[in-house]
Design a protein around this ligand. Structure first.
Ligand code: NAD
Length: 502
């Protein structure tokens, strides 16, 4: 698959997918999907979604608020009870999910371009994200027919069995950084298990989720099974988290908002899954394949311009290698190509917003003030679009703010360690526990360190590889529950024990 090699403006060089994305945008303001219909917000309000590379408005989007959430939850409840969804076989759910996966693949390039326009990630990576979204639907399509109850041990006078049933209406709230993957990560298992959904994409990047909603409709899902309600957190998001007729909430976003979601969910004891922030350690031991470790360390903090919950933003390097690794990381990162996300060889796109850019630059200042050594970047790139150069600090100490707080930008802290125990101690010295990596050729050390790291995921001699079969989630303040993999089936179902006296 190829994407336009030229700047976004040159229509002649555009691929069909690129043209389709622009045509879709030109079709006018985007609406809410409620009960199978595309509708305006009750308030009539809309908000703009911005291309962070050009600062231009892409389109207007209907802004859901409490009344729209009420309507969406009511539609999801009706759909949950309706024979057209509650009464169908698991095989039928499998077929729906496979159809959605096929539709995503058929529109892969269009979705990739839309995702790049809306959130700024280079198209070379968004095409991979779209493929991952399709794979997630396929993975959970397989699960729909394998969700089993049990027959439980008993004497002949009784029959005891356990049913595994859907939760009901699921409120799904996503962050802005990988919208199409997060939509699939939540919708696919929710639907495989027989739930219905009210999905809120983040206000900064709602477009691919809305386009996915159209593809889901084309796949023939009964009205109200999937409702899509873009809007702001304090209004639409809060209404979803508090809603008394929502049974389960799955949230991806910051740890601070995650805490609020948990409190709001307590009102009617919603079941909760939280995928939150991270400050992930990437540990290089002296016996590692250094070329590979260094090259991957740059990808680990630069991917999606650092706007990844599992970004490898704390690079722990044995003290004997500190200077060599710092120089090599800085050299590779300085060669990264920044620019239009629609150009095939762009490696670094913009940050999502001016606010995020200012936040990232304020952390650069904090790093300088705290005495870390800035070896690369630290400034905005250009004056249009929210681009920040790859930024590398070395000789960082673990107590500094840049080593403790999630920056969500392309900013790396290189921290020296003395020995294995010191690396583990420092790696774990954070309130987060989302992901971690260890680089070594010593098999025993690899497993020892993987076991010692307090983290929901650990990579050995690689970074950020994911697969739908592998769960993600947080230790400590990085979250609650797991997404992807088989564990998610438990998160979207509940069990019912039945005892019959014979
Ligand atoms: P955020 O918490 O500000 O917003 C996330 C979502 O929550 C948005 O849809 C927002 O509208 C909504 N929201 C905001 N306030 C709300 C409220 N009071 N009630 C209900 N909903 C509310 O996060 P963000 O800035 O969009 O995303 C960045 C954060 O997401 C980072 O911390 C990142 O680590 C995290 N993240 C985690 C994962 C993971 O899998 N663990 C993945 C991606 C992003």
């Amino acid at each position: 698959m190829s994407i336009s090699q030229s700047a976004p403006g040159s229509e002649a060089a555009m691929t069909p997918g690129h043209r389709q994305a622009l045509e879709w945008l030109r079709r006018g303001p985007k609406r809410l999907l409620i009960g199978g219909e595309w509708v305006d917000a009750v308030s009539g309000k809309t908000f703009k979604t911005i291309d962070p590379a050009t600062e231009q408005t892409l389109t207007e989007v209907a802004e859901a608020d409490r009344a729209d959430i009420d309507a969406a939850v009511a539609a999801a409840r009706r759909a949950f009870e309706a024979p057209s969804w509650a009464g169908i076989s698991p095989h039928a759910r499998t077929r729906y999910l496979l159809k959605i996966a096929d539709a995503i693949e058929q529109h892969a390039e269009e979705l990739a371009v839309l995702e790049s326009l809306d959130m700024g990630a280079p198209v070379a990576s968004t095409i991979g994200r779209v493929a991952s979204a399709a794979e997630l639907f396929r993975y959970y399509a397989g699960w729909a027919t394998k969700i089993q109850g049990t027959t439980n041990p008993s004497d002949a006078s009784r029959f005891i069995y356990m049913l595994r049933e859907p939760m009901g209406v699921c409120a799904l709230i996503n962050a802005w950084n990988v919208p199409i993957v997060m939509a699939a990560t939540k919708l696919a298992p929710a639907l495989a298990c027989g739930n219905t959904a009210v999905l809120k994409p983040a206000e900064q990047s709602p477009l691919t989720t809305l386009r996915l909603g159209e593809l889901i409709q084309e796949a023939g899902l009964p009205p109200g099974v999937v409702n899509i309600v873009p809007g702001f957190g304090a209004t639409a998001g809060a209404a979803m988290a508090e809603h008394p007729d929502v049974d389960k909430i799955a949230f991806t976003g910051s740890t601070g908002v995650g805490r609020q979601i948990m409190q709001a969910a307590a009102g009617n004891m919603k079941k909760v899954t939280l995928e939150l922030g991270g400050k992930s350690p990437n540990i290089i031991f002296p016996d590692a394949d250094l070329d590979k470790a260094i090259e991957t360390a740059v990808v680990a903090f630069c991917r999606n311009s650092g706007q990844i919950c599992s970004a490898g933003t704390r690079l722990f390097v044995h003290e004997s290698l500190h200077d060599e690794v710092t120089a090599r990381v800085a050299k590779i990162a300085s060669g990264y190509k920044m620019g239009s996300p629609l150009v095939q060889d762009t490696q670094l796109g913009p940050l999502i917003s001016e606010r995020q850019m200012e936040r990232v630059l304020s952390y650069v200042e904090a790093g300088r003030r705290d005495g870390a050594e800035l070896v690369l970047g630290g400034t905005r790139f250009g004056d249009v679009g929210y681009f920040v150069q790859p930024t590398v600090f070395c000789r960082v100490s673990n107590g500094m703010r840049i080593a403790q707080e999630e920056i969500f930008g392309p900013v790396l802290s290189i921290i020296p360690f003395k020995d294995e125990d010191d690396a583990i101690l420092k790696g774990n010295d954070t309130e987060y526990g989302l992901a971690a990596a260890v680089w070594t050729r010593d098999v025993s050390r690899a497993h020892r360190v993987a076991r010692a790291l307090k983290s929901g995921r650990v990579w050995i001699n690689t970074y950020a590889e994911t697969d739908p079969v592998m769960s993600i989630g947080g230790y400590k303040q990085s979250g609650f529950g797991r997404e992807m993999g088989p564990e998610t089936i438990e998160a979207y179902t509940q069990t019912k024990s039945v005892l019959m006296r014979l």
